[in-house]
Ligand binder design. Sequence first.
Ligand SMILES: *Cc1c(COP(=O)(O)O)cnc(C)c1O
Length: 374
Amino acid sequence: MSQTKVQIPFADLSRTHTLLKSQFLEVTSKLIDNSSFILGPEVSEFEKNFADFTGNRHCVGVGNGLDALKLSLKAMGIKRGDKVIVPAHTFTATWMAVADLGAIPVACDVYPDTYNLNIQSIGKKAVTGVQAIIPVHIYGLPCEMDEILKVAEENSWFVIEDNAQAQGAIYKAKNAGSMGHINATSFYPGKNLGALGDAGAITTNDETIANKLRSLRNYGSAKKYEHDEVGYNSRLDALQAAYLNIKLIYLNDWIAERNRIAKRYQANLSGLTRLQFQHTPGGCLHTYHLLTILSDKRNELQQYLSGRGIQTIIHYPTPPHLQRAFHALGYRKGDFPIAEKIADQTLSLPLFIGITQVEVDEVCGAIIDFFTTG
Ligand SMILES: *Cc1c(COP(=O)(O)O)cnc(C)c1O
């Protein structure tokens, strides 16, 4: 059987990177000349820029998003046996960071319209002994933070935002990545602010925590060859920092562009009642890291689109509580019905900087054909 050639890719980073390539080469050349490969001026500059961008006093660059979460939890004193609330609908990293420290992920179901953590849905028993909560701004839409911060304060939980998908998002005039005690993000290449390799960062307003993080990412050391604690090697790579400094300048424009593309999809597909878009509540700026639809015919739709040369991706087909990695936590199918429904029905459509209106209209036309003739 011949494979259908992809005509409209899910994402095409080269359309952005081609335009930035000469700038990338310039900073690469400069770095080769000055040899400041580890924690040099590029890293400090990016940390300052990203702290400013998110409205934080401090930013600590680390190796990737998973490490950003892990070091955040560790800096807040989360240890073996502690409980941390995590959404039932998220990328596995949120749970793995908790589990890696020997702490226990306590899952909480999500809202059926925003797909974000619904703290009201968790039982009293589940939250006894909880130390922290990790709201994830899923697909780039901020969580209901007022509610989460209120419940967290009442219960003395630390709040760690997982801002990997939502750099630049806004919740009631506040920046995503500035509302928790500590906030972790990822610059995985596919994120809205993506490096050309692995990278991540943590933001906070607390200087003591920031210093702790600087030590943790660098072998538990504040002064060379003096180690106050057992740490990690998870430093933001200087080359990635240099690339991120270039890309950060464009991020707000890119978010605006992603919103325009999302609007076009929503307008084109508004006549289809069998299809649901993620609901953006008032006061929120969505970054559209992902534009998703829910459909009870998801698998057939994906197959059909693939046959027409349109690539889509499922984020994510299996929720963490049903993954083998978390089997020991004892969760079962049916425990988080809304997260499970999303996993069964969600489909992410092509949305990337440089996608043309013609391409968006072609994807929409194919979806309309599927529902009206298929
Ligand atoms: C991408 C992502 C991460 C992890 O980022 P990496 O840099 O790939 O380790 C964590 N949480 C969420 C929600 C993500 O989307």
